[in-house]
Design a protein around this ligand. Sequence first.
Ligand code: NI
Length: 190
Amino acid sequence: MAVKDILKMGNPVLRKIADTVETPGSPEIAALVADMYDSLHDVGGVGLAAPQIGISQAVVIFEVPEARVQAEDGLDARGVASTVLINPVIEPLSDDVSLGWEGCLSVPGLRGLVPRYTHIRYRGLGMDGGAVDVEARGFHARVVQHECDHLLGILYPERMTDMRLLVYESEVQAFLAGLREAADEDMRVT
Ligand code: NI
């Protein structure tokens, strides 16, 4: 299979509503998913949607290591197994929303604080055409909402409610490093 270029914000494919997949078990979809995994693993990340490699079909993949979920949700949280989700539908199971930092391979270098439902159910089809029906909370729910938004032509900055919190990752790191230095300074004077 192949590593594909990841489209960036501004590319019209990222704005389109993705087509429903008619043949989930087909070799074409298997090849698309293989390309998506190759592309995701090449750059690193927790998820990818088919439109991000230029294919406007309703397919997303995601996988979140346990350490990453625990960093977001606490030590009780479990990792998210590698999942292929075709023609997904999301249903919020509560009105609760939380803010969390997100990035996107199509919006490189930036981070934003995005409100998402904290408890959802998602349904769709797997690679073999079998039904997927999962309840998810926290970061798992956040990742699924982010990826499925790509199928609606939506990038995370459009979900933000305070654009002051759309920032360059490099600047945030510099800011946090500054805070650490200040803390060190405090340690020295006390
Ligand atoms: Ni994204």
